[in-house]
Design a protein around this ligand. Structure first.
Ligand SMILES: Cc1cc2nc3c(=O)[nH]c(=O)nc-3n(C[C@H](O)[C@H](O)[C@H](O)COP(=O)(O)OP(=O)(O)OC[C@H]3O[C@@H](n4cnc5c(N)ncnc54)[C@H](O)[C@@H]3O)c2cc1C
Length: 475
C-alpha cells in the first residue's frame, strides 16, 4: 500500500510559454474529439487537438463494436461525419463492417482498432488539424468567466495553448471540471458503472460457437443468450453473444473461478478467428483518480486468466483459442458529467423526447452496468430521442463546449447516450457550433441554434421532424 501524506508543498509560480494559439482547441481524440476537430476545421479555421496517448480513437481502439448507428426501428439515425468515417474505414482498410441489425443492441458496426487509429489520424491531418500526442491536459486558463486556453504537461514540460473556443472531449470532463464547471459523478450514491479491461483471443471457431447457440431445436437448447433469439446466430457471422449465464455459473462453481460478472459477452472481430471479450469488471474504480485506475488495471488484468479458462473449457468454439492481446488501456464507462444548461434525463430518453435545439438523434437504450452488483439494467424506449444543444453547454464558463459521454445528463440518461456513434454525432455538432461561434464572433451559448441545425442538415447530419421523419436540408 502507498504511504499517504497529509503534507502539502507549494509549487513555485512560473511563467509558461504559449506554445500555440488556435481558433478552436479540442481536448481528447476519442470518438467525440475526432469528429469535433473535423467539423471545426471544415472551412479552414486553425484547429488543434490534444491527446494524452500516442493515437486517436479513444475507446474505439479497445476492441468494441460501434453501437448507435441504427435506431430501435431498424433505420439508420446517425449520418454526417460518423458515417463518412465508417465508410473510409471500410474502403481504405477493410476496417469496418456494415451496420448489422442486432435485436439487443439495435445495430452493431465492427471496427478494427488499428485501422481506426490510422484512418482517423489520416482524416485529421488531411483536414489540417494540428494533432499533439503525448500531451496531457493539466489545467484550464479562465479569464473573466471565459476559458481562453489550457495548460498542458508533456515531455517538453508545461506549456500553454490558447484558443477562442475549447471543446472538452476527454470523456471525463477534465477541462470543464478544472475550469470550475459544476460536475456530477455516478448515481445518487455516487456509484459509477464499472470499467472493463477488454482482451482479444485468436484461434476461435466462431462458426462453431454460433451454430452451437442456433443449432438445437428450441426446447433442447443449451446455450441461452439474453434478448437475442438463437436463430439470429444461425444467420449472422459477425455478432455479439450476451448470455450463457448457466455455463458461466457452472464454471465458477466447478473450477472456483473468480469472475465478477454473471454474463458472457463475446464480440466477433473483423479478422477470422478473433474475438474480443468484454467480461472483466472492476467495481469501485474511479477513472478520474490515478491510484484507483492503477488498481483497476491490476485487478482487470488479474481476472483474465480465469475468464480464458472458462471460455476454453465451457464455450463451444474456444477449444483451440489462445490469448492474443489486451486493449491498450482499461475501458472507463462512466466518470464525471457536466451540469449544463439542460440536463438530459431518463424521462427524456424513455419519452423519445423532441427538442427544438436538437443537434443529434439517438436511440440506444439505457444500458447500465450496475455499480453495486454484477448485473446490468437495460431499458428500451421503442424509438429515438433527441440530444439538445444545451446539454453540450456548461454552466458558468463561457467559450467551452463539451461533447461525448460527459455531456450534461443524469446517470441514467448517460447510460444511453454514451455509445460511440452518438458520441461522434455530438462531437460533430460541437465542432460545428465552435466554428459558427468563432466565425460569428459570439460565444457558443449565443450562436443562432437554428443556423447550427441548418448547417448540420446541410452537412448530412440526421435530425428529426416533429412527426419523427428525417428532416431534410433547406433547398
Ligand atoms: C468496457 C466498455 C464497453 C463499452 N461498450 C461499448 C460498445 O460496445 N459500443 C459503443 O458504441 N460504446 C461502448 N462503450 C461506450 C463508449 O466506448 C464510450 O462511452 C465512448 O467511447 C465515449 O467517447 P468519448 O469520445 O466521450 O470518450 P473516449 O472514448 O474515452 O475518448 C476520450 C479521449 O480523450 C483522451 N483524454 C482523456 N483525458 C485526457 C487529458 N486529460 N488530456 C489529454 N487527452 C485526454 C483519451 O486518451 C481519449 O483518447 C463502452 C465503454 C466501455 C468502457
Amino acid at each position: 500500500m502507498p504511504r499517504t501524506h497529509a503534507r502539502t508543498i507549494a509549487e513555485p509560480a512560473r511563467t509558461i510559454p504559449v506554445a500555440a494559439e488556435y481558433d478552436v482547441l479540442v481536448v481528447g481524440g476519442g470518438p467525440a474529439g475526432l469528429t469535433a476537430a473535423l467539423a471545426a476545421a471544415e472551412d479552414g479555421l486553425h484547429v488543434g487537438l490534444v491527446e494524452s496517448r500516442s493515437f486517436v480513437g479513444g475507446n474505439m481502439t479497445i476492441g468494441l463494436p460501434v453501437l448507435g448507428f441504427l435506431g430501435q426501428k431498424g433505420n439508420r439515425i446517425i449520418d454526417g461525419l460518423p458515417q463518412k468515417f465508417i465508410e473510409r474505414l471500410r474502403r481504405e482498410r477493410d476496417g469496418a463492417s456494415e451496420h448489422r441489425p442486432c435485436p439487443l443492441h439495435m445495430g452493431i458496426t465492427l471496427v478494427e482498432p488499428e485501422a481506426v487509429k490510422t484512418v482517423a489520424l489520416g482524416m485529421l491531418t488531411e483536414a489540417g488539424v494540428d494533432v499533439l500526442f503525448y500531451t496531457f491536459f493539466a489545467g484550464a486558463i479562465v479569464e473573466e468567466g471565459a476559458i481562453t486556453g489550457i495548460f498542458t504537461e508533456s515531455k517538453s514540460g508545461r506549456a500553454a495553448l490558447l484558443a477562442r473556443v475549447v471543446i472538452d472531449c476527454t470523456g471525463d470532463a477534465d477541462v470543464a471540471f478544472r475550469a470550475g464547471v459544476p460536475c456530477e459523478k455516478g448515481n445518487a450514491e455516487g456509484g459509477m458503472q464499472p470499467p472493463t479491461l477488454m482482451f482479444c483471443l485468436a484461434g476461435v471457431d466462431t462458426d462453431r460457437l454460433r451454430m452451437a447457440i442456433a443449432g438445437a431445436p428450441p426446447k433442447a437448447r443449451t446455450y441461452l443468450t439474453d434478448f437475442i433469439p438463437a436463430e439470429y446466430f444461425g444467420q449472422n457471422q459477425q455478432f455479439i453473444v450476451v448470455g450463457l449465464r448457466e455455463e458461466l455459473a457452472r464454471a465458477k462453481e466447478e473450477r472456483r473461478l473468480d469472475i465478477p460478472n454473471d454474463r458472457t459477452i463475446i464480440i466477433t472481430g473483423l479478422r477470422k478467428g478473433e474475438v474480443w471479450i468484454n467480461m472483466t469488471r472492476v467495481r469501485g474504480t474511479d477513472g478520474t483518480d490515478a491510484r484507483s485506475l492503477t488498481r483497476g488495471e491490476i485487478a482487470g488484468r488479474g481476472q483474465i486468466d480465469d475468464i480464458v479458462t472458462y471460455l476454453v473449457n465451457y464455450v463451444p468454439g474456444f477449444e483451440h483459442a489462445h490469448f492474443a492481446r489486451t486493449a491498450p488501456f482499461l475501458g472507463i464507462r462512466e466518470t464525471r458529467r457536466i451540469v449544463g444548461r439542460y440536463v438530459m434525463t431518463e424521462e427524456d430518453v424513455l419519452a423519445c423526447r423532441h427538442f427544438d435545439d436538437a443537434i443529434a438523434v439517438a436511440s440506444y437504450p439505457i444500458d447500465i452496468h450496475r455499480p453495486a452488483d454484477d448485473g446490468c439494467t437495460l431499458i428500451w424506449c421503442g424509438d429515438c430521442y433527441d440530444i439538445p444543444y444545451r446539454a453540450l453547454l456548461p454552466q458558468k464558463v463561457a467559450n467551452l463546449l463539451v461533447a461525448g459521454r460527459s455531456i450534461s445528463a443524469t446517470h441514467e440518461a448517460m447510460g444511453a447516450i454514451r455509445v460511440m456513434a452518438t458520441c461522434m454525432a455530438m462531437g460533430e455538432a460541437a465542432g460545428r457550433a465552435a466554428r459558427i461561434s468563432v466565425r460569428g464572433n459570439r460565444a457558443p451559448a449565443d450562436i443562432d441554434v437554428a443556423d447550427l441545425r441548418r448547417q448540420q442538415l446541410a452537412a448530412g447530419v440526421y435530425l428529426r421532424n416533429a412527426d419523427g421523419s428525417r428532416a431534410q436540408p433547406l433547398g
